[in-house]
Design a protein around this ligand. Sequence first.
Ligand code: ZN
Length: 256
Amino acid sequence: MELLTAQGILIRRLDYGDSDLILTFLTKTHGKISVIAKYAKKSVKRFGGILELFYMLELVIRPGKGSKPAILQTASLVRPFEKIRSHVLHTAYASYWAELINLFLEDRASQDDIYFLFVYSLEHLNQKTLPADVLHILFQMRFLLISGFQPNFLSCNCCKKKLDYISGHTCYFDPKIGAIICPSCIQKRSNFLFLSKGTIKHLVWISTLDFNIIQRLKYSAEAISEGQAFLEKFVPFCIGKAPKSLLFLKKIQRKP
Ligand SMILES: [Zn+2]
């Protein structure tokens, strides 16, 4: 069977028996691919110690026959994004993004815009060219957009009143319809998320503006914190699964 070559980022790494690893990569051309790396657990030298989370690698894979798994033949390092793994909070952010990708994407379904978003986010997290909490919002908002779950922040879903004309500082957000509802239209107040209008504007800027502008903007700490709390509820709701890495991330975020 013909070998497959692909550039990919390691998003999941599991032990398999005493000597092997099961690795999941997000690749540029073939979407998400899981492979077995034989003897990689037993001998770090087998793959030169480069099978680390968030490393971008050039892969040569032998596809599995029938129900047999694909086997990683060789791997060479393209970019390690090495500074991320030396920072606990940055590692927690990148782990959460990787888990979202792993939970949401089907195997072998190419989605290069998710790949480019992930590379872009890892690059800026690694280089610290944008505050990590802003980048965390950027990744999630653009992930929602690409995945077809973009929230409607433009106007109240019931009366269609535009955000700027809605009275008061707070809007309700219905995760089931993915849209805001103004205080005048709300009937039962349960099962809604709350968002201040200022936070909604921050979320829209971060998800739509060019990076050069995003980099120059000043952000309100309150809006960033409220935006993060909102997305960490809404994104798992959209994908219908609770990422395990979110618990770790929340624990780290709570530390002063
Ligand atoms: Zn309304």
